[in-house]
Design a protein around this ligand. Structure first.
Ligand code: HEC
Ligand code: HEC
Length: 403
């Protein structure tokens, strides 16, 4: 049985914010939960006049899942930058539970903030992959992506597009809104109705709800805020070529057409992340299971991509733990430290969460050693980088972060 929401949230916040101001956090979460539930309720009840309004209602609609218990919000909550707020016991928030109340996934639910900046999946002639949805780019665009969770048996679990359209037809609001927005006969054809649903969800994911660009960092660029000396030091380490080299992968400046930084270059690398043993123990995976990342994408099924995952955005990263494609690290500092295993001097050998050596990579070939060869950073440098990463938190979530 899925646990009660507040109980689940409290336990996740304890694991994710072990060192933080967790009691404050729990209180804020309870209040935020009421507010966001209201947003979605209003959207469904009132008139739905635009693709965006319709998309927002669909995003919160549990009837799009077989059990009628799961919506997009279940795994992408607006309270936590559109990640999954559920702790799920030993899994500690690393992966999500499906709409059947039993199935457990194998990958961490990514933040949907700024997802609109991701270019379509593309494999260049030089065999470099860029863009696309999911950790392995297997859906080319947001439009393609939004159908997947609805039909995925371990997520919302609908058997086919026709059964989804039948659910749409149950609602008087949708029976009025879809034809008004997409044309009088749109609900009479399954492919047309389903495409309209995809268009509406994609339109919603492209709104400023997901990309306000109002973090302290954005405000500092506009001269509306100033970074503390420590945050500014972290920013310089992050961006300067003789610093930590983070922006080699975690910056879109010069990659995308936008003047805003997405804090990812949308490319794929294998960092050698270890298997998440507790997740695999709980989700009943075969012991020989390996997540091959990009190589599992049918369009990129070559050994050169084994173990590569999409560089995630670092916007809102302070509140979207646990980290990495499988949620194997609870703390932001650990995720940063992990990148330094191959740095010049000795590297960082010990996982502070387990106090033992980092476990071996799930895929040991192909590790991006050359790109990760950064200079060794002091503890104070790493603290500064973490302080900088916290400035990438959108304004509405700032109250959730500890300093
Ligand atoms: C059961 C939990 C769950 C539900 C329900 C769910 N998602 Fe997801 N979502 C995930 C996970 C996990 C991933 C990453 C999976 C992967 O990479 O293989 C993901 C990935 C995504 C991505 C790609 C983000 C990126 O940066 O690559 C988008 C967009 C998305 N989901 C939108 C939606 C929408 C829209 C809905 C509702 C129709 C939805 N999701 C329902 C768990 C869920
Ligand atoms: C070679 C490219 C590369 C460089 C350089 C790099 N990263 Fe990453 N980073 C990645 C990839 C790829 C992932 C996801 C890996 C996975 O999940 O398997 C990642 C994950 C992360 C995460 C976890 C995010 C999440 O949502 O799970 C953080 C935090 C992070 N990086 C911070 C940094 C910082 C800080 C630096 C500089 C010290 C840095 N990275 C340098 C490629 C890079």
């Amino acid at each position: 049985m899925p646990r009660k929401k507040n109980e689940v949230k409290a336990s996740r916040s304890i694991s994710a914010y072990r060192a933080g101001r967790r009691l404050v956090f729990i209180g804020v979460m309870a209040a935020a939960s009421v507010a966001s539930a209201a947003i979605f309720r209003t959207a469904a009840a009132e008139s739905l006049r635009t693709p965006i309004e319709l998309g927002r209602a669909l995003f919160g609609d549990r009837n799009l899942s077989l059990s009628r218990k799961q919506n997009c919000v279940s795994c992408h909550s607006p309270e936590l930058a559109f990640t999954d707020p559920r702790a799920l016991g030993d899994v500690q928030g690393a992966v999500s539970r499906g709409g059947d109340g039993l199935s457990l996934g194998d990958r961490n639910s990514p933040s949907l903030t700024y997802v609109m900046m991701t270019p379509s999946f593309n494999l260049s002639a030089q065999n470099a992959a860029i863009g696309g949805m999911f950790w392995d780019g297997r859906a080319r665009t947001i439009m393609d992506q939004v159908r997947e969770p609805i039909l995925n048996p371990i997520e919302m679990g609908m058997p086919d597009e026709a059964s989804v359209v039948a659910r749409l037809l149950e609602s008087t609001e949708y029976r009025a809104a879809f034809p008004a927005i997409f044309g009088p006969r749109v609900l009479e054809s399954t492919p047309k109705a389903f495409a309209a649903l995809q268009t509406a969800l994609a339109a919603y994911l492209k709104t400023t709800d997901f990309a306000p660009f109002d973090s302290k960092y954005d405000r500092s660029l506009r001269g509306e805020a100033s970074l503390s000396p420590n945050e500014a030091k972290g920013r310089d380490l992050f961006f300067n070529t003789d610093g930590a080299g983070c922006s080699r992968c975690h910056s879109s400046v010069g990659v995308s057409g936008s003047h805003h930084d997405a804090f990812t270059n949308f490319r794929y690398f294998n960092l050698g992340v270890p298997e998440n043993i507790s997740v695999r123990a709980q989700n009943g995976s075969d012991v020989r299971r390996v997540d091959h990342g990009l190589m599992q994408n049918p369009e990129a099924n070559v050994a050169a991509f084994d173990g590569e995952f999409k560089v995630p955005t670092l916007r809102n990263v302070a509140i979207t733990g646990p980290y990495m494609h499988n949620g194997v690290f609870q703390e932001l500092r650990t995720a940063v430290l992990f990148h330094l295993r191959f740095s010049e001097s000795d590297g960082s050998k010990v996982n502070p969460e387990t106090n033992s050596e980092w476990r071996r990579p799930e895929v040991a070939s192909n590790i991006a050693r050359a790109q990760l060869g950064m200079r060794m950073l002091s503890d104070a440098d790493i603290d500064a980088i973490v302080a900088f990463l916290k400035t990438l938190t959108d304004k509405s979530y700032e109250r959730l972060i500890s300093n």
